[in-house]
Design a protein around this ligand. Structure first.
Ligand code: KG4
Ligand code: ZN
Length: 347
């Protein structure tokens, strides 16, 4: 089957989303977010997220089918996020997908959310080069990947040893009192600041760290450095230049992510870089990675910001690629796996 028509369901965190694709062509991508319900708690409340998924899943599905102009009978398969993510959230999408697969008599593919992030650019620029070097930056994960084949050959070259990049954004936003989720807010506030105002640390880049952790990341020291800087400033009775702090923090994150990505691409002789995950929407990360890839003759694939955060279309297009590769569907008794490793594409 060369261009399968696939419905993709995503419910791993606080977005209930259903996408429809034909091969690598995007037909619909409906997203219902419960982010506003969590904002006052400063982070996702799992029970609240699960309930919101349960309420949103059927209306979102109906909107996606309408938008795509597709009848259930036309579908070749259903794909769903099986992990990683919040258990109570994953279960809603998986149970819905199993019900639909049974009712409509379609094969079901339980897929890896993180691999969906890395492959979403197929919707914009077609199949990926083999191999590619993936920089995965989301709210819960930060890794460098060697992607031999997005449907089944993924090697993790390095990952964060503590906080994920998105988590660092969310924590720094909280300590600056900017709200949740922190990424988009810091991105916006940073535009008014000076990225060279404060030199924050670049984690795991010292010569000693590079020997053992060349392709790993660390962001908790950076978060602490921002907290200390702000405390010090307040103790001195001075105003905190929030825009400068945001811009300088963002510069530290983008600098270390892009430097290690380019280093890994060169080290492993991979000439195409793919950016994926919620933090891939970040303007400075996108700009600096483009600059550094160009300077090193690396081809960069960046999905548009709207496709970087959690969505069903990334699951649908990964499902289509998995089908084209001839991989077997999941057996209907698979479970949701909250800690699913990035190396397992299909459960
Ligand atoms: O991939 P994602 O939507 O959900 C997970 O799988 O975790 O990523 C969410 C993360 C959040 O931490 C959010 O703050 C961050 O992505 N994010 C951003 C931006 N937009 C979302 N971080 C930096 N800049 C942005 N523009
Ligand atoms: Zn995600």
């Amino acid at each position: 089957m060369s261009e399968p028509l696939v419905l993709g369901i995503e419910s791993s965190c606080d977005e209930t989303s259903v996408g429809v694709v034909r091969g690598t062509q995007l037909l619909a991508n409906e997203v219902a977010s419960s982010v506003d319900l969590h904002a006052r708690f400063g982070g996702v409340v799992p029970e609240v997220a699960s309930r919101a998924h349960l309420e949103a899943i059927v209306p979102t599905l109906q909107r996606a089918l309408d938008k795509a102009g597709v009848e259930p009978a036309d579908l070749d398969a259903i794909a769903v996020t099986a992990g990683p993510g919040l258990m109570g959230s994953l279960v809603v999408g998986v149970a819905a997908a199993k019900g639909l697969a049974l009712a409509w008599n379609k094969p079901l593919y339980g897929l890896n959310h993180l691999v969906g992030h890395v492959g979403v650019d197929m919707l914009e620029h077609g199949p990926l080069a083999q191999p590619s070097l993936g920089l995965l930056v989301s709210g819960g994960h930060t890794s460098l990947l060697r992607v031999g084949d997005i449907t089944g050959d993924i090697e993790e070259l390095g990952s964060t040893t503590d906080d994920a990049a998105g988590e660092a954004y969310d924590k720094v936003a909280r300590l600056l009192g900017l709200g949740y989720p922190g990424g988009p807010i810091i991105d916006k506030v940073a535009a008014e600041g000076d990225p060279s105002a404060i030199r924050f640390p670049r984690g795991l880049t010292s010569q000693k760290d590079m020997e053992r952790h060349r392709f790993d990341f660390s962001f908790s020291g950076l978060k602490t450095a921002v907290a200390r800087w702000v405390e010090q400033r307040e103790a001195e009775g001075k105003d905190v230049p929030v825009a400068d702090v945001c811009a300088s923090f963002q510069e530290a994150v983008a600098d270390v992510l892009t430097a290690k990505t380019v280093d890994a691409a060169r080290h492993f002789g991979v000439t195409e870089v793919i950016l994926g995950g919620g933090v891939a929407a970040n303007s400075r990360l996108r700009g600096l990675l483009e600059e550094r890839c160009q300077a090193n003759n690396l081809m960069l694939r960046r999905p548009r910001p709207g496709l970087c955060t959690d969505n069903g279309a990334m699951i649908a297009v990964l499902g289509a690629a998995v089908i084209v590769a001839g991989r077997a569907p999941s057996s209907l008794d698979f479970g949701a796996v909250s800690g699913l490793p990035v190396t397992q594409v299909v459960v």
